[in-house]
Write a protein that binds this ligand. Structure first.
Ligand code: FEO
Ligand code: CA
Ligand code: CA
Ligand code: CA
Length: 635
C-alpha cells in the first residue's frame, strides 16, 4: 500500500488483453500436471516437478499470535531492537529529529522515510559489522508535518509549502549506514566514511542501451545521460560484486500536469498510469510537470545500481533491465556465470521479467563486473496452462518489436517495456512483487500480492482466482536448474488468505499462521522462505502485516508460521539475514497510517506513535534487528 490513510495506492493502469484472457483456462495446474505425467508428455523435463527431495530443516519458533495493536511483536525467545528510525542522524553533525523544526537540510543528513528494501553487505565477511543499505520508498506528509491533518490526493498536492516539498524530496531515495554489533547490540557507526544519503535530487547517470536516447533528453539534460535522483524505491537486491540494486516503482505519482496535445509520449504515459499525481513537486520544480518536461518520466522506472562502498560513486540507472514499476531486483549466478536478475512489475495485470547478462560474473575482481548490467537480454514470462513456461526475449527486431509497432531501436523497447511485453503475449499477473531464487534448490519464488480487478473470464492457470483479494505465491523451476534457460516449469506454492477464501495453507498451519498479500521475501542461509506482507488489516484479514516462515519442502510444504507482527497501519518490508542467520533485519514501513478508510490519521492523530510512544512525537518508520536471546541462528 502506498501513502497513508488515503489508501489509494492500488495500481490504476491495466495491460491490454492477451490470449490468456480469452482462453480462460479453468483446470487447476495440479490436475493438468497429473494428466500430463500419466501421458508422459511433459516436454523437455525428465523428472516430475514435485517438492520434497531437498532436506530443508523445518522452522522452530513459538508463533506470534495474529492480531492488530499499536506495537510490534516477535516470537518468544527473540529480541527485536529498533536500529534506525526516520530522522535518526547518519552523520556526526546531523540534528536529531525535531518534527517541528524539520527542514530539507536536516533531512539530507538523517535516515529517510518509509524504509522498504534492506540489504546487508558484510565488511571483511563479518555478520557483526557491515553496511546496511535501505530504500526510502515514499513519504507520508500527513504523519510527518504537524498540523497538516489527514490528506487526500487534492490536499497533498496543494497544501505543502516549497520547504515541505523539499523535505519530501530529501526523505526519498536511500541510505547507506555502517553498523556494528557489540555486546549483542547493533548500532550505527556515526562518523563512518561510508555514510551516505541518496535522495530524489542526487545526480545519477543513465547507462545501457537507452542512455542518451532523444526520448530521455530534457531541457536540463540535453544529452539524456544525467538525471537528478531516484523516486519510489521499493524493493531491490544485492549483487555478488557488492553493489545495491534499487527498484523505482510508482514513479507516475510524482508528475503533475498534462502532456502537450498530441505528444508522442501519450500512449507511453497512459500505459504507465501518468496523469494521477500524488505529489505536488511539480508546483515548484518544472521537471515534475508533464507540460514542461514531457520526457522526464522516461528517466524514472529503472533499476538503479549503487556502489555503497564508494560514497562518491555516481548511481547508475541500468536501462537494459527495462522500464517498469520495479518492485525488486534479486539475482543469482547462472550455470555459465551470467548474472540473472528477477524483476516484478507491480501493477494489476502486469508481468514477471528476468534479465540475463551477456557477460559473466568475475568472482575474483568485483571491479570487472562494474558495468555487467549494461548488456544482456531482458525476458518476460509466459506461464502456460500445462505447468511449463517460456521466457520471451524483449529484443528489437524480433517478435514484432520493430518499427511497424513504433519501436525504432532497442532503446524504444526498453522505454516502453510494458507495451513490448503486451505484444509478445506475456501472462498478465496478479501484481508481481518480490521474486527470489533459492540457491539451494534453484526454485524461484514469485510473490503475487493481489488483484481485485481480475474477472471470472480473466482467470488463467497462473492467476486462478477471480477478484484475487489475498494473493498467491508461484514456484518456478528453470529448465535444467539453469537460471539463464528460456523455459521453466511452475506451480502454485500457495494461495493466500483466510481458510474460507480457498487458501491452500497446509492443515498444520495454525489460526495465526495464515496470511494474505505476500509482498517481500527472503531466503535464509538454510534455503528457507520467509514472506513479508502488505495489506493485511483489521478489515481485510483481522491481522496486521508481518513476517511468516513458509515451508517449501517435504510433507510440511505450504505450512506457514507467524514470526513477527508490525504495529497498526504499517506494512512489513525488507526482510534480510546476516550471512550467519543470527540477525534478521526487518523494515516497518508507514506505521501509524490509517488501516481503515473511515478513520483517517495524521501527525496529530496517528493510529500509533510507535516506536517512541512519546506525546508530540509522530510514528517513525524504522529498521528492526531481530536476534535470538542467548544467541544462535534464527528459527
Ligand atoms: Fe512498493 Fe509493490 O510495493
Ligand atoms: Ca512499500
Ligand atoms: Ca512491496
Ligand atoms: Ca505492496
Amino acid at each position: 500500500m502506498m501513502p497513508n490513510g488515503r489508501r489509494v495506492r492500488e495500481p490504476e493502469t491495466e495491460a491490454q488483453p492477451t490470449l490468456d484472457d480469452l482462453i480462460a483456462v479453468r483446470l487447476s495446474r495440479r490436475d493438468l500436471m497429473r494428466g500430463a505425467l500419466v501421458a508422459g508428455a511433459v516436454a523437455g523435463f525428465s523428472a516430475p516437478f514435485v517438492a520434497g527431495d531437498a532436506a530443508a530443516e523445518g522452522f522452530e519458533f513459538p508463533e506470534v499470535e495474529a492480531g492488530v495493536d499499536e506495537t510490534h511483536h516477535v516470537a518468544a525467545g527473540y529480541e527485536a531492537e529498533i536500529l534506525l528510525r526516520w530522522g535518526d542522524p547518519l552523520f556526526p553533525d546531523a540534528a536529531p529529529l525535531d518534527p517541528r523544526a524539520q527542514d530539507a537540510e536536516r533531512q539530507r543528513r538523517q535516515f529517510g522515510y518509509n524504509n522498504d528494501f534492506v540489504g546487508y553487505l558484510p565488511i571483511a565477511g563479518s555478520s557483526e559489522h557491515g553496511l546496511l543499505v535501505v530504500n526510502h520508498e515514499f513519504t507520508n506528509s500527513e504523519l510527518m508535518v504537524p498540523g497538516l491533518g489527514p490528506q487526500s490526493r487534492k490536499t497533498s498536492l496543494n497544501l505543502l509549502s516549497r520547504e515541505q516539498v523539499a523535505v519530501e524530496i530529501a526523505a526519498h531515495g536511500g541510505s547507506v549506514v555502517e553498523i556494528r554489533r557489540e555486546g549483542g547490540r547493533w548500532r550505527p557507526v556515526l562518523g563512518s566514511p561510508y555514510a551516505r544519503r541518496i535522495t530524489a535530487e542526487t545526480p545519477m547517470e543513465m547507462t545501457g542501451p537507452a542512455a542518451g536516447h532523444p526520448r530521455l533528453r530534457t531541457v536540463e539534460d540535453p544529452e539524456g545521460r544525467r538525471v537528478l535522483g531516484t523516486i519510489n524505491n521499493c524493493s531491490g537486491g544485492l549483487t555478488p560484486w557488492g553493489t545495491w540494486l534499487s527498484g523505482e516503482e510508482n514513479f507516475h505519482y510524482y508528475f503533475v500536469g498534462n502532456l502537450p496535445e498530441g505528444h508522442r509520449e501519450a500512449e507511453n504515459a497512459k500505459r504507465y498510469g501518468l496523469g494521477q499525481p500524488f505529489y505536488g513537486w511539480g508546483r515548484f520544480h518544472d521537471r515534475f510537470d508533464l507540460a514542461k518536461a514531457p520526457n522526464e518520466p522516461n528517466r524514472f522506472g529503472w533499476v538503479v545500481e549503487i556502489d555503497p562502498f564508494d560514497p562518491h560513486s555516481v548511481p547508475k540507472k541500468r536501462t537494459a533491465l527495462g522500464r517498469l514499476k520495479h518492485e525488486g531486483a534479486a539475482g543469482i549466478v547462472a550455470k555459465d556465470g551470467a548474472y540473472v536478475v528477477y524483476l516484478g512489475d507491480d501493477e494489476r495485470f502486469d508481468y514477471v521479467y528476468k534479465f540475463v547478462t551477456a557477460g559473466r560474473v568475475d568472482p575474483h575482481h568485483p571491479a570487472a563486473n562494474r558495468d555487467l548490467l549494461d548488456a544482456g537480454t531482458l525476458y518476460v514470462a509466459r506461464f502456460d496452462a500445462d505447468g511449463t513456461g517460456r521466457w520471451l526475449p524483449l529484443v528489437h527486431g524480433t517478435g514484432g518489436l520493430d518499427a511497424g509497432a513504433g519501436f525504432e531501436t532497442q532503446a524504444d523497447v526498453l522505454i516502453e517495456t510494458r507495451r513490448a511485453a503486451d505484444i509478445l503475449g506475456a501472462t498478465r499477473m496478479d501484481r508481481p512483487e518480490d521474486i527470489e531464487a533459492n540457491p539451494r534448490t534453484n526454485r524461484v519464488y514469485v510473490m503475487l500480492t493481489n488483484n481485485g480487478r481480475r474477472q471470472d473470464e480473466q482467470v488463467d492457470a497462473a492467476n486462478p482466482r477471480p477478484k484475487n483479494a489475498f494473493g498467491h505465491i508461484i514456484e518456478m523451476l528453470p529448465e535444467g536448474e539453469d537460471h539463464a534457460a528460456t523455459s521453466f516449469r511452475w506451480e502454485i506454492l500457495l494461495r493466500c488468505g483466510p481458510p474460507a477464501s480457498g487458501a491452500t495453507f497446509s492443515a498444520a498451519t495454525s489460526e495465526s499462521g495464515w496470511f494474505g498479500m505476500p509482498d517481500n521475501c527472503a531466503i535464509d542461509g538454510r534455503g528457507r522462505l520467509w514472506v513479508a506482507t502488505d495489506g493485511n488489516s483489521r478489515k481485510a484479514t483481522g491481522r496486521a502485516d508481518g513476517i511468516w516462515a513458509v515451508e517449501t519442502e517435504g510433507p510440511r510444504r505450504a505450512t506457514a508460521r507467524h514470526f513477527f507482527r508490525v504495529p497498526i497501519g504499517a506494512e512489513m518490508c525488507g526482510p534480510c539475514f546476516t550471512p550467519d542467520d543470527e540477525t534478521f533485519f526487518v523494515a516497518v514501513q508507514h506505521p501509524g497510517e490509517s488501516d481503515d478508510d473511515a478513520i483517517p490519521t495524521s501527525f496529530d492523530q496517528p493510529s500509533t506513535r510507535w516506536p517512541d510512544f512519546e506525546p508530540g512525537m509522530p510514528p517513525r518508520p524504522s529498521i528492526v534487528a531481530v536476534t535470538r536471546k542467548g544467541g544462535g541462528a534464527i528459527a
